[in-house]
Design a protein around this ligand. Structure first.
Ligand code: GLN
Length: 215
């Protein structure tokens, strides 16, 4: 049984964090469900307008080429980059890790290698200690996963498998090669929400403006 969340999310409808889940392709529904369980308000994102008013964003696993093409097709790149530039957090998982790397959206100074564990190894699970999530290991589900092949000084490695980084953070961008939405351990999502709460506290006028508009 997974342990309780290391970082309890902020509760209460009025302060509910609006966390977008890029819904172009992949397993966005499982992320939305996990965020809802943590009392965030998940928003399935398909247009750039929907990115504008978020506290955080998840870029899910799936197929990185398809997701990258969809981002291009739907003109989402400027909005996602503006979200990151505003210091708002992003969680990229598996294909989402690739989509955020230097060769794609360029949100982190790191390069992800696709299918790095070998195409034959469709899937495996390991108990992984992840920096920042407390001492209990996280059950990490890898599905044709990437790893981080190279990274710059600003990138912090949070977890590795066989010496290869599989969870990293640079500023407000959190990337993992595994699928945290496929277990009942919600600590990666809780961490994203903690970053979103901190970002909101840095910019209280943003949340206040939104509440006024909502009335
Ligand atoms: N292998 C996929 C890719 O390279 C990622 C797999 C996943 O997201 N589960 O896009």
């Amino acid at each position: 049984m997974a342990s309780a969340s290391a970082v309890p999310p902020e509760a209460g409808a009025a302060t509910r964090l609006r966390i977008g889940v890029l819904a172009s392709q992949g397993d966005f529904a499982a992320h939305a469900e996990m965020l809802r369980a943590l009392e965030a308000e998940p928003i399935e994102v398909r247009t750039s307008k929907q990115v504008e008013d978020l506290d955080g964003l998840v870029i899910p696993g799936g197929e990185s080429t398809t997701i990258t093409k969809a981002i291009e097709r739907d003109g989402l790149e400027p909005a996602i980059k503006a979200h990151a530039a505003a210091g708002l957090p992003i969680l990229g998982t598996c294909a989402g890790m690739i989509v955020c790397d230097r060769d794609h959206l360029g949100l982190v100074d790191a390069t992800a290698e696709r299918n790095a564990f070998g195409r034959q190894i469709a899937s495996f699970e390991v108990e992984l200690e992840v920096e920042g999530l407390g001492p209990d290991p996280l059950r990490a589900v890898f599905i044709r996963a990437p790893w981080i092949a190279s990274y710059g000084d600003e990138v912090e490695v949070l977890a590795s498998v066989d010496g290869h980084p599989v969870a990293v953070r640079e500023g407000q961008v959190l990337l993992c090669a595994f699928h945290p939405e496929l277990t009942d351990d919600s600590r990666m999502h809780a961490l994203l929400m903690a970053l979103a709460t901190a970002a909101r506290e840095r910019r209280p006028e943003r949340a206040a403006g939104r509440e006024q508009r909502d009335e």
